[in-house]
Design a protein around this ligand. Structure first.
Ligand code: PSU
Ligand code: MN
Length: 334
């Protein structure tokens, strides 16, 4: 029944009735217009921990078949921790929370046909009945609607270098400023302007804490040279920040930066050189807008001969594990 396309009228009116009350820190429920898998529905109803996962990372962030492997492995890591994974995407116009293997396969193997979907693209993709892989921003919107408070991924978008002129600032940052979901990630890549990204997050009122480190992590690298605004040393401490936010009625998100696991951090220096080269190439080839991030990711992968891919996969899995632990600690507080 997931594949069947209800009329767009039903889809849109169902969702808008729900959205009219705002996103907010809602309790788990079953908003009309969203397709929530039975497994995720059951976990939400029982107050059990659920971890949201994005799908742009599958279709536009990693190559096939490693992306499919990653998508399955990350879900299994979350289950091993006693939480329920909820991978999010728009399938033929329907926002889906929790995907089956066929849907994951479609996103992983047919990336050319799958649209990179951020908040601004949701109306076009849904009303058009398209299949869209959701970025951090769109995943946060749909997770919040479903009543999911914790979301794990690799890295988020940020202020691009030169962003003070181009105004290329990822919608992920403004989303964190207005949607109540805690995003667990390995920080932002140094292809971005990390100090300005942290400034922007402060302006947006986003609580940023790094996990067992004083420095905000820079994806492939443990070090960014930027002091983290806050630090947490356990899943319980991270959960406490989320709970406090919720009790205050703050309607913005939180960002938990988890450094890449130690054994993979060595790849950092090699990747740094490749990133510089990829950035120059992007500007020479006039790659712009939403194409920049996928382009640079692909070139870095090619230039480092897979070292960046191994580190990328390791940090995603680690974030899924920490995310599941935070979701579990949060469920105990509620
Ligand atoms: N960073 C990564 N891998 C990714 C992305 C970012 O290391 O796949 C994706 C995420 O989905 C993120 C999006 O939300 O790119 C940001 O894109 P942009 O810079 O166009 O806002
Ligand atoms: Mn952008």
């Amino acid at each position: 029944e997931q594949q069947q396309q209800p009329s767009w009228v039903r889809r849109i009116t169902g969702l808008s009735a729900h959205l009219a009350s705002g996103i907010g820190w809602r309790q788990a429920g079953l908003p009309q217009g969203l397709h929530i898998s039975p497994e995720v529905q059951a976990a939400l109803k029982a107050g059990q921990p659920v971890v949201a996962l994005e799908s742009t990372i599958i279709s536009h962030g990693l190559p096939y078949p490693q992306n499919m492997e990653m998508a399955k492995e990350v879900e299994s890591i979350i289950r091993q921790q006693g939480a329920t994974p909820a991978t999010i995407a728009v399938m033929q116009g329907i926002p889906c929370i929790g995907l089956n293997q066929n849907q994951l396969f479609e996103l992983a193997s047919r990336s050319a046909q799958v649209r990179k979907t951020s908040r601004r693209d949701l109306p076009v993709v849904m009303a058009g009945g398209h299949t869209g892989a959701t970025t951090v921003s769109a995943t946060m919107v749909l997770a919040a609607l479903a009543g999911i408070h914790v979301f794990a991924t690799g890295g988020i978008g940020g202020v691009h270098r030169g962003g003070e002129n181009s105004m290329d600032i990822s919608a992920d940052l403004t989303e964190l400023g207005r949607t109540p979901v805690a995003v667990v990630c390995a920080g932002v890549k140094s292809i971005l302007d990390i100090p300005r990204t942290l400034e922007y997050l402060e302006t947006q009122g986003v609580c940023v804490a790094s996990y067992c480190t004083n420095e905000f992590p820079a994806f492939w690298s443990v070090r960014s040279g930027c002091k983290s605004p806050a630090r947490v040393d356990s899943p319980q401490e991270a959960a406490q920040l989320i709970q406090t936010s919720k009790q205050l009625g703050l309607e913005n998100g939180l960002l938990i930066g988890v450094p890449v696991p130690g054994e993979q951090a060595a790849a950092g220096a090699k990747v740094e050189d490749a990133m510089q080269a990829a950035l120059k190439e992007a500007s020479r080839k006039n790659v712009a807008g939403p194409d920049v991030t996928p382009f640079v990711l692909r070139r870095v992968r090619e230039l480092t001969g897979g070292a960046s891919l191994a580190a990328n996969l390791a940090l995603i899995k680690n974030n899924a594990k920490v995310g599941a632990q935070i979701a579990t600690a949060l469920a105990k507080l509620q």
